[in-house]
Design a binder for this molecule. Structure first.
Ligand code: SOE
Length: 379
């Protein structure tokens, strides 16, 4: 007998769709789960838009005020898919209302907000999770397994990039649907919180904590029309950010992110170099993991490209037959599956608010370091 896990979705943008797709698919591909997501209600300010979203994706009802959603007894969990400046307020109210929270990344606008959210959710004992989905791309999960098994040996270098090119035009306004990411008042920061946060989350997961950072940021377009006012306003998000760091394990990190890398749409790459072996991964070829092992027989030594689609690869026994790959959206399905499996057992599933707070602290240290032009400890 399965049990319902009633979802109240707040927001209906790109992430609202990605998460909803995961809720819809997870029961079919992870039939062993006791709890099954039920799309109870979708919530957003515009009744017309949220009704259209609910009709298209199969939500049973709508709300236009998230406070009303939180009052409903038929909602077990809220999924927060709205701009970052609303994460804290909604989370704290949801905790008061006794709701489980699945929150879109980054956790908060800054560390101070994140700490408040973390303290409240931990005091409540409510299950919580933050949507850093890339950990659960099977090739990235395989990288984690190889590192944890010690295949790489001592780690020397961690390198990651997240490159995009969608904000190069000066005519692009800031604020409003999708473009709130360009408005510091709604987003908190630019590429640091939006893109590097993914790289940092994966890095901490794979390679451990980050101790200190030295960063530079740039805002290439200093003024943009704001969608709310129609007026030109200064832009204070970081359009690009690069940073160096030290990890707890003594390895060195090098990270770069920008929305001004013409030709790159969502190029998230990472490479880790260890004493015995190296691994590399690229979001544009997400089902492959590149692996080089120095211990291989000399004449045959070289980079191998592992097609992560076999039955013994992470998550893959839940999908098609060996050799047939899956994609971006499946990382979200895996995250829900793991969350529900943990929920069933009463176990926290990473990344929790606490894990996401670690990423937030690194993001804040990066922004502080760039502002002050000096090495900065992670708080
Ligand atoms: C920005 O373009 C964005 O959609 C991020 O907000 C997502 O978190 C990232 O996964 C893809 O890019």
């Amino acid at each position: 007998m399965t049990k319902p896990f009633n979802i109240g979705m707040i927001g209906y943008g790109f992430m609202g769709r990605a998460h909803t797709n995961a809720y819809k698919r997870v029961g079919d591909f992870f039939p062993e789960l006791e709890y099954r997501p039920v799309l109870k209600a979708a919530c957003a300010r515009s009744a017309e838009s949220v009704q259209a979203f609910a009709d298209q994706w199969g939500y049973e009802s709508i709300e236009t005020d998230w406070r009303k959603l939180l009052e409903r007894d038929d909602i077990d969990a809220v999924d927060i898919c709205v701009p970052n400046n609303l994460h804290k307020e909604i989370s704290l109210a949801a905790i008061d209302a006794g709701k489980i929270i699945l929150c879109e990344k980054p956790l908060a606008m800054d560390t101070a907000e994140g700490e408040e959210m973390c303290a409240a959710v931990e005091k409540s004992g409510l299950a919580n999770m933050v949507w850093y989905n890339y950990r659960r791309v099977p090739a990235v999960s395989l990288a984690k397994k190889l590192i944890d098994e010690g295949k790489l040996g001592r780690i020397f270098h961690y390198r990651a990039n997240f490159l995009q090119d969608w904000t190069i035009s000066e005519d692009l306004p800031q604020g409003g649907a999708g473009l709130w990411r360009l408005d510091a008042a709604a987003a908190g920061s630019g590429v640091t919180g939006d893109l590097l946060a993914h790289c940092i989350d994966t890095a901490i997961w794979l390679n451990g904590g980050i101790t200190d950072v030295s960063a530079m940021t740039e805002t290439f377009i200093k003024e943009r029309v704001h969608s709310d006012t129609g007026e030109k306003q200064s832009v204070s998000i970081d359009d690009a950010c690069s940073f160096l760091c030290h990890f707890d394990n003594g390895s060195l990190g090098l990270f770069e992110s920008t929305r001004y890398a013409r030709g790159h749409k969502a190029l998230y790459t990472l490479e880790i170099n260890g004493e015995h072996a190296s691994i590399a991964w690229d979001l544009h070829d997400l089902h492959r993991l590149s692996y080089f092992d120095h211990r291989d027989e000399g004449a045959l030594r070289g980079w191998r490209s592992i097609h992560v689609s076999d039955g013994d690869h992470p998550y893959m026994d839940h999908w098609w037959v060996p050799g047939l790959q899956i994609g971006y959206e499946h990382s979200f399905v895996h995250q829900v599956a793991d969350f529900l499996a943990g929920y069933e057992k009463g176990e926290a599933v990473s990344p929790t608010f606490r894990d996401a707070l670690e990423t937030q602290k690194v993001c804040d240290a990066v922004l502080d370091s760039a502002r002050e032009r000096k090495w900065t400890d992670v708080g």
